[in-house]
Design a protein around this ligand. Structure first.
Ligand SMILES: [Zn+2]
Length: 447
């Protein structure tokens, strides 16, 4: 009698969509997890001969996917969800968001807002997210305490906020954070210069130099609107992307968020320098910022990943919704119904996000040796019948409430839709308290 190998967890599923290799759907397969890693994916009827697990899940109507990667957001802004809607970007920022941030953002706000974001993201299938917000030291701690993966982009901005007074202080505090988390499995610290119109040349040059020295990623909002591009031409004589190129920032470490305005020269600069683009279609739609030519960028070999942006401009952090929007809008923008097919849309929300963050050896696909960051989506509902093609349903016919299970590094974070690491009752009370305070002051302002 041959001895079975004892492992932590085995998940049996109707479908496994590993993302790598491309366009692959495995039927009736099982994922075997030992420690934090996937050690094998094999046909379910071969599992018992090889392995014995402490915990076993039989998900008969479910598809397993790598956990979704939300490559751009401002987590704590969940507490401003629905506070100011139906406004263009600059009016929304100048008259609503920045004044509200001035008044409310402190350590407690960031801790509670970040946890609310994490709860929402796990419930909708995200297992790794990027965050750019004030008090990144607090948001990093909340992520580690709740064992979710995050890229923390510490802000760099010319003007003072509650976290720092000037660009020099932002960078100094950010470097301390980088040091603190350089060996952490959950947190990668990146530079987060806010945008070309809020950061001047000197700090941008410093970011370029330091990120290269430290081998750290850089994330920036770029070419979000036509107005931004025109303002840069008026002020600096060049488009923002060219200005960043002149300052030495273009490299495979750079993640450009939005890129709704792209001419041929921009396309060439992005492709030649291996720059990553992070597409946030719902935020672009809501703020009427423009349409990113995703199909064109993918065909030029540019890595395009997906983000929700903050909950104040989306207004949710639902990556399954974002995947569907991205797939649909790419067809409308390119005039080509074959643009961004279901598999490509799923890649944008998984492996492409991992590449942008420099984590493609660890996450973004279900492969032997990778961290076991996995989600299960139930396709057994009547509104998903029949199932000819599971990836098609995931992109075009499911919603986030069908995500039933989530594992990060092999640890279960959601089981049958119940969060296992977050006290949701306590969280709801704290969010309610914030809302009461913010609402009272908002109506006072309106007199
Ligand atoms: Zn943003």
């Amino acid at each position: 009698m041959s001895a079975n190998q004892s492992v932590n967890t085995i998940i049996h599923a109707r479908w496994v969509i590993p993302v790598v290799p491309k366009n692959c759907v495995l039927e009736n397969h099982s994922v075997v997890i030992s420690g934090q890693q996937i050690i094998e994916i094999l046909p379910s009827d071969e599992v018992t001969a090889k392995y014995t697990a402490k915990e076993e899940y039989s998900l008969e109507n479910h598809a397993l996917l790598p956990g979704l990667i939300n490559a751009h957001g401002h987590s704590a802004m969940t507490l401003f969800r629905g506070l100011a809607d139906d406004l263009p970007l600059m009016e929304w920022l100048n008259d609503h968001i920045w004044p509200a941030e001035d008044k409310w953002v402190d350590e407690a706000f960031v801790a509670d807002g970040t946890l609310l974001a994490i709860a929402e993201m796990i419930r909708s299938g995200t297992t790794c997210y990027s965050d750019m917000y004030f008090f990144p030291n607090i948001s990093a701690k909340v992520a580690v305490d709740h064992k979710i993966r995050t890229q923390i982009c510490f802000p760099v901005i010319d003007f003072p906020t509650a976290w720092a007074n000037n660009a020099e202080e932002y960078i100094h505090k950010g470097l301390e954070l980088f040091d603190q988390y350089k060996n952490c499995d959950y947190v990668s610290v990146a530079f987060g210069p806010h945008a070309p119109y809020t950061v001047s040349d000197e700090p941008l040059k410093q970011v370029a130099m330091l990120s290269e020295q430290l081998n750290a990623q850089v994330q920036i909002h770029l070419h979000e609107t036509e107005f931004e591009v025109q303002e840069s031409i008026d002020k600096f004589g060049v488009r923002p992307l060219q200005r960043l190129a002149d300052l030495g920032l273009l490299s495979p470490a750079l993640q450009c968020v939005h890129m709704t305005q792209i001419n041929d020269q921009d396309l060439e600069l992005l492709a030649r320098n291996g720059v990553h683009v992070i597409h946030c279609p719902e935020s672009n739609l809501k703020l009427a910022s423009g349409f990113s030519p995703v199909d064109k960028m993918l065909k030029a070999g540019i890595n395009v990943s997906l983000g929700t942006d903050g909950a104040a401009s989306n207004n949710d952090l639902d990556m399954l919704g974002e995947i569907k929007t991205a797939a649909l809008i790419a067809k409308a923008v390119s005039g080509n119904a074959s643009a961004v097919n279901a598999h490509e849309a799923i890649e944008m929300a998984t492996i492409n996000g991992a590449k942008a963050m420099g984590l493609e050896e660890k996450i973004g696909s279900l492969e032997k040796g990778k961290w076991a960051d996995i989600i299960a989506i139930d396709l057994g509902f009547l509104d998903c019948q029949p199932v000819y093609d599971a990836p098609s349903h995931i992109v075009y016919a499911t919603n986030s409430h069908q995500v039933t299970h989530s594992w990060i590094g092999g640890s279960i974070h959601m089981k049958d839709r119940q969060l296992t690491m977050i006290d949701t009752l306590h969280l709801s009370e704290r969010v309610h308290n914030w809302a009461e305070k913010i609402k009272a002051s908002d109506s006072e302002n309106k007199g």
